[in-house]
Structures are given as C-alpha cells and as structure tokens.
Design a binder for this molecule. Structure first.
Ligand SMILES: Nc1ncnc2c1ncn2[C@@H]1O[C@H](COP(=O)(O)OP(=O)(O)OP(=O)(O)O)[C@@H](O)[C@H]1O
Ligand SMILES: [Mg+2]
Length: 328
C-alpha cells in the first residue's frame, strides 16, 4: 500500500520552477531515497509534503490525506528532521524531546516512557541531561531523529540527515535509520547527496532541475549502467584478449596493460575465465556500478563536486544492512 502519493506536483518561486510535474508513490514500511544535486528541488518537495508550502499545481497525499487541504491530519502522521538543525541548544536532550511531546499532545502518562525509549534507541540515554550545545554533530542529528519519533509518526522525513557529519558519525546514524521501519513501524522518506548511503533504500527517485529523471530499486538503477566491469592482467594480454572474446562471446578491450570487459554478472564469470584461458592470470579485479555512475550516465555530471568516496566503515554498515534486507 502507498502511504505517500504525489501527483503531477509543481512548485514555482517567481520565475524559478523548483519542482516540475513530479509524480511518485512510496510504499508503507519502506525506505525511499530522494536523490539529487544542490537546488534539485528535494527540500521544496519535502516542504510541500510536510504542509509547510502549498504546491503551485498538482497534489500530494500522506495516508490518504491531502497535504494542502488537510494539513492537521497530515501533520499528525509525520515526523521531520529538517536539513538545518532545529534543536534548542540551551535545553537538555530530554527537555528538547519533552517540549516536542507537549507540542504534539502526547499523553502525560506516555511522555516519559516514549522519551526514554527514543533516547535508548538512538544511543543517547546516558546524555539525556546534558545541554544540546555540548553535543557533537552526530549526536545532534541522532537527537533530531529521536525527536521525530516521539509522537509515533507513520512517515519520517529525513532531509540530508547525515550532511556535514564525519564518516563514523554517518555510519552510526545509519545503523539506527535502517532499523526504523521494522522497529518503529515507520516509513522513511530521505534525501541525501551521498550516493552510497542510498544503497540501503528500497526505492530511489533521482531528481535534477526539479524533474525526476529516473527511479527504481538501487539494483535496477545500477543495471541500467551496463553491468560489472572485470579487469584482468595476464602473462600475455595479446593472446588472452581474443581468446576470452572467442570463448565467451564478449568484447574485450585493453587499457594501460589491463584487459577489461563489461558483463552482467562479473563474480560468476571470473572463475570461469581463470579456469579456461591458456595464459597465466596475474591479477583480476571487479568493479560494480555505483549509484553515482547512474547519475553520471543520465545527466553527464557528478552529483557532487567534492570527493565523497565511501570509507570502510560506511561500506560495512551498508553491506550488513543489505545482507539483512536481502534475507527478508
Ligand atoms: N523560498 C524560496 N524562494 C525562492 N526560491 C527558492 C525558495 N526555496 C527554494 N528555492 C529555489 O528552488 C530550487 C530548489 O531548491 P531546494 O531547496 O528544494 O533544493 P534541494 O534539492 O533541497 O537542494 P540542496 O541539496 O541544496 O538542499 C532552488 O533553485 C532554490 O534556490
Ligand atoms: Mg535541500
């Protein structure tokens, strides 16, 4: 069942068309990634869904409620972690959450337990009585996620939840985010520039200049790039190249002393190549397409100028989540 429905949504700011005729749906209990470069229209779309902006045209629904016409019903169903932090730095972690519980009319008898649960879940319980101004960036972001959960929303919006965090803090935050759908019965709508983070999403839509340019599961999108690339060095590349071409009916190219070939499933083919060809294999490496390659292929540009290559911690967090996800 779709918990978010967006139909032909557009938003203009004067002469700027921030969102142009965008449509998509998000299934309940999933993690949906809304990816795009700076100024693509991600926050504008979130603001419309969160009832903070009216669309110029088109419609958006959350749990069947129209975001424009039924804002209070929509607000009850959602939690938001905004791109810019909105915590009160002169209050403690506990007080920030308590204030939020008041705002959302959480029953007095439920408040303490909910706040404690959220603080435990985000690994902040021990710091509950500390002022937020003494928190690290990662702790502040985790506290904002905790706050977003206090009133038990059905959808949690995370706008660039990990922006500006160091790789360890990003990985730490992700450990909690990936558990949210199952443990807190909530659908996640997130935006990020970090393409490797989007690997954990069940579905992705990529937006550029206000338009959705592609959508699908991470695997589906990466398939559109054209498969894995195998790089091989052999004792005699001049012989091995044509041999592999003939045996496997594949085009083989030579680059800087390495043979390379694009195939749908590299890991399955590598052992066969090693077993079959006459030349000695000196080295083999497999390069899988990334979501960055997807963006690059469609738009001809990198999603981000600076280098955001994943470090091992991040890769491991994503890998362990994927394993779990693939099992289910
Ligand atoms: N209140 C506003 N008034 C005028 N223009 C706006 C306003 N809000 C957003 N825009 C413009 O709309 C476009 C989309 O902005 P938006 O904030 O939605 O992008 P974004 O994808 O969230 O970018 P980022 O990754 O930098 O957060 C940009 O050109 C931006 O300048
Ligand atoms: Mg934004």
């Amino acid at each position: 069942m779709s918990i978010i429905k967006v139909e032909n949504l557009s938003k203009d700011f004067g002469s700027i068309s921030a969102v142009k005729n965008v449509s998509f749906e998000v299934e309940e209990g999933t993690i949906f990634g809304f990816l795009g470069p700076n100024g693509a229209g991600k926050t504008t779309t979130i603001n419309i869904l969160c009832t903070l902006l009216s669309p110029t045209s088109g419609k958006a629904f959350i749990s069947g409620h129209n975001c424009k016409d039924e804002p209070s019903s929509v607000r009850k169903s959602i939690g938001v972690v905004f791109q810019d932090t909105t915590l009160d730095k002169d209050l403690t972690a506990y007080e920030n959450l308590l204030f939020h519980a008041y705002l959302y009319n959480v029953k007095r008898s439920d408040r303490k337990a909910r706040i404690h649960d959220a603080l435990h879940f985000l690994d902040l319980y021990d710091r509950k009585n500390d002022l937020v101004k003494t928190f690290s960036g990662g702790m502040k972001r985790r506290l904002e996620v905790a706050r977003g959960l206090i009133h038990k929303p059905r959808v949690l919006f995370l706008d660039e939840p990990t922006l500006g965090l160091d790789p360890q803090s990003r990985a730490h935050l992700w450990e909690f985010i990936v558990k949210l759908p199952e443990m807190h019965n909530v659908t996640i709508f997130m935006t990020t520039h970090y393409m490797e983070e989007a690997e954990v999403c069940n579905k992705i839509a990529i937006i550029d200049n206000g338009e959705i340019i592609t959508r699908g599961t991470p695997t589906e999108l990466k398939k559109t790039v054209g498969g894995d690339v195998i790089y091989i060095k052999t004792s005699d590349n001049m012989k091995a190249g044509p041999e592999i071409e003939k045996l496997f009916n594949i085009t083989v190219n030579d680059k800087n002393g390495e043979l390379y070939l694009t195939v749908p499933k590299g890991d399955a083919l590598i052992p066969e190549i090693i077993r079959t060809i006459g030349e000695k294999v000196l080295s083999v490496r497999l390069q899988r397409p990334t979501l960055n390659d997807v963006f690059l292929k469609i738009t001809g540009k990198q999603i981000r100028e600076e280098n955001v290559s994943s470090n091992d911690t991040m890769k491991n967090a994503v890998r362990s989540y994927r394993k779990k996800f693939d099992r289910n």
